[in-house]
Write a protein that binds this ligand. Structure first.
Ligand SMILES: NC(=O)c1ccc[n+]([C@@H]2O[C@H](COP(=O)([O-])OP(=O)(O)OC[C@H]3O[C@@H](n4cnc5c(N)ncnc54)[C@H](OP(=O)(O)O)[C@@H]3O)[C@@H](O)[C@H]2O)c1
Length: 347
């Protein structure tokens, strides 16, 4: 028997999530029984949508209608271990299919050890791919970006593509996929350092620093009424500014709305853009999507990303926090914009 720590939800966040919303708890981990394995968590991976899992606002996340989408219907109760993607290494096994040293990935949560019984959901990791890359540009992050640009947005050469949350894990890959496809790419991101990285490493054509510049004014200058595809990770004022400048028959790809995830104190929805009439006047489509809808295209997307990454054509960075006790702090970085690329934590 060994002692092992977990992070539990101590109280529901009211407004911006805080470190005090979480608490550490000890549990005992036992030798695996017949048909079980025990794995030690090596990595945690953080996504902004996990903020919604902590809310008690079912309408906002589409649960009451009974049509909760995979990944968005997850809930964490007060006192429960915080759910989240993780990579763990098998340390003891009485399962024929798992051996010490095997790396597995799953929605294991913020815990130092995970028990893998017969019903446990996990996938194996390819040992030849570094874990941060497997969790980032070659994982759900890159695949989400690919589906949004290629399948949902259908961005083609010569078009103008604007990406918000552009220096983030998904946004930076989305913009580069559009650039490789021959599009003119404009990013929206917060801060001079992120702007420089997008211009120099990711080779975006233009970047608007929304913390220093007026996004509506800058988009009007850079792409007046000529955005063919707007890939949105953020919502809020950036979405309204993009709507105002969509081209006729433009496409808005709704990947995420991070500016609203952390702000609902009472579970109500934040207000939407006030200029939706532009969508009618310019015959613009706006489509939300989930990576899980595109299972049949994943092999094609994974192969494309793998080849480009191996050829050094896709810049990416991972922001790696150290130590299990830093899990809440690492998660909070997504909402202050402190993270530079895919936010991970190494145990
Ligand atoms: N549809 C899907 O299947 C799917 C799958 C995965 C992820 N997503 C969505 O994709 C988006 C990006 O996720 P990610 O994992 O790549 O995270 P990320 O972009 O690496 O990190 C979040 C970033 O959001 C920006 N941000 C935070 N609060 C903001 C605010 N109030 N206004 C404007 N920007 C804000 C910050 O960048 P700045 O420094 O630039 O502010 C921060 O670095 C999220 O909305 C997520 O929910 C969707």
């Amino acid at each position: 028997v060994i002692g092992s720590r977990q992070w539990i939800l101590a109280r529901r966040p009211r407004g911006p999530v805080q470190a005090g919303d979480f608490a550490l708890r000890e549990e005992a981990v036992f030798e695996p029984g017949e048909g079980e394995a025990v794995a030690a968590t090596r990595w945690l991976s953080f996504e902004p949508a996990m903020r919604g899992w902590l809310d008690d606002a079912p309408d906002r996340w589409g649960r009451t209608a009974g049509v909760a989408a995979p990944g968005y219907g997850v809930t964490v109760d007060v006192g429960e271990v915080v759910k989240g993607p993780a990579v763990a290494e098998v340390v003891a096994s009485r399962r024929p299919d798992l051996h010490p040293g095997d790396l597995v990935r799953g929605l294991f949560g913020w815990r130092e050890h995970v028990s893998l019984g017969t019903g446990a959901g996990f996938q194996r990791l390819d040992p030849s791919v570094p874990v941060p890359v497997a969790l980032g540009v070659l994982g759900g992050t890159g695949l989400t970006a690919y589906m949004g640009i290629v399948s949902v947005g259908s961005a083609v050469a010569g078009e103008t593509v604007v990406v918000s949350g552009a220096a983030g894990a998904v946004g930076s890959v989305a913009g580069q996929i559009a650039r490789i496809r021959g599009c003119r790419v404009i990013g929206i991101a917060g801060g001079a350092e992120k702007r420089r990285w997008l211009l120099e490493a990711c080779r975006f054509d233009e970047v608007v620093d929304y913390k220093a510049e007026d996004v509506a004014v800058r988009l009007r200058q850079l792409c007046p009424d000529s955005i063919d595809v707007y890939f949105d990770n953020v919502g809020g004022p950036a979405l309204e500014a993009a709507i105002a400048n969509m081209a006729v028959h433009g496409r808005i790809v709704l990947c995420g709305l991070v500016s609203s995830y952390d702000s609902a104190r009472d579970g109500t929805s934040p207000g939407g853009p006030g200029n939706l009439f532009h969508l009618i006047a310019r015959r613009v489509s706006m489509q939300g999507y989930l990576l899980s809808d595109y299972a049949d295209r994943l092999p094609e997307a994974a192969a494309w990303l793998r080849d480009r990454e191996a050829a050094g054509e896709l810049a990416h960075r991972e922001d790696i926090a150290e130590g299990f006790e830093q899990a809440p702090a690492a998660f909070l970085r997504l909402f202050s914009g402190a993270n530079q690329g895919k936010q991970l934590l190494r145990l």
